[in-house]
Design a protein around this ligand. Structure first.
Ligand code: ATR
Length: 279
């Protein structure tokens, strides 16, 4: 922990529990790297205390906060201004306290797209159809970002089809729901489910129908290389892991709170991934 002055800028992550969050480590390295007089703290807050806690942080001079499970939907009610990114994603993950107002946005879609641009150079959202596995909160943020960025067609595949149907309706645009992933013309396949995560069942999917230029992305980052990503790489496909999304989604908050555009690089990846199993 650095020695702070009376002018120190403060931010943190609101969750319940929050001890598992890697955000303090991630923002902490950026603060240190840029020599910023500031701190980013874990902020464990019970759901029933959430709104009061957010207002108290603003009163205490915090610059803002990240919001994680289980507060991402409750955060709408406490915001004075809500960005389109949060409305489209159906969740708030970043709060900025500015000019006496509480502003809410969602940076997951930004993080997902930036990670793909960095991890699969040449890939563009308008490159071709995308197939998304899952229909939860992460799927919604990613699907909205892909559509807004020009993805021509999106197929949702989910264990519970009714959830995928509801998401497709909420999203609007060129979105369909399928029982099985049709991979033949996909430019992008994304896993947004918990399958493949340590302690969860594996994701069993035959990737052989995917075109040679397709990109495979996973939002799971424990382990860093999921079975899905390993089989994509084994087929010579470009594979983009979930850790990068976590790192990139943190950038807009950091720059709003601390006034510096941070960079995602290998050193940051290695530092945040230090205790994450590779396989
Ligand atoms: P999040 O908001 O983080 O995306 P979520 O809302 O719990 O989390 O969504 C998790 C996704 O993983 C859902 O699409 C879920 O499918 P259901 O909508 O059918 O629940 C999917 N999922 C979780 N466990 C699964 C399993 N064993 N098999 C298939 N899909 C699974």
């Amino acid at each position: 922990m650095p020695i702070l002055s009376g002018h120190a800028r403060t931010a943190g992550v609101l969750g319940w529990p929050v001890a598992h969050s890697r955000s303090p480590r991630l923002h902490g390295l950026w603060l240190q790297r840029h020599g910023i007089d500031g701190a980013y703290l874990p902020l464990p807050v019970r759901p029933e205390r959430f709104a009061d806690a957010v207002r108290a942080l603003a009163d205490l001079g915090f610059r803002g906060a990240n919001v994680t499970i289980p507060h991402k939907e409750a955060a709408f009610a406490v915001c004075d201004h809500i960005a389109d990114s949060a409305r489209r994603a159906g969740a708030v993950n970043t709060l900025v306290f500015r000019d006496g107002r509480i502003e809410g946005s969602n940076t997951d879609g930004f993080g997902f797209l930036e990670n793909l641009r960095a991890g699969a150079p040449g890939w563009r959202p308008e490159s071709g159809p995308a197939v998304l596995l899952g229909a939860g909160g992460a799927a919604r943020a990613i699907a909205a970002a892909l559509l807004d960025a020009g993805c021509p067609r999106l197929t949702l595949v989910n264990r519970t089809p009714a959830r995928a149907e509801a998401l497709a309706r909420a999203l609007g645009g060129p979105v369909s729901v399928a029982d099985h992933p049709a991979l033949e013309d996909a430019a992008l396949l994304v896993n947004t489910t918990s399958l493949g995560m340590a302690g969860h069942p594996p994701l069993e999917l035959d990737l052989s129908p995917l075109p040679a230029g397709a990109v495979v992305a996973d939002i799971v980052y424990v382990p860093l290389e999921t079975g899905l990503l390993a089989s994509a790489r084994a087929r010579g496909l470009r594979a983009v892991d979930g850790l990068g999304m976590l790192l990139h989604q943190a950038r807009p908050g950091f720059s709003a709170w601390f006034g510096v555009e941070p960079v995602v690089d290998q050193e940051l990846r290695d530092f945040v991934a230090a205790d994450i199993p590779r396989r």
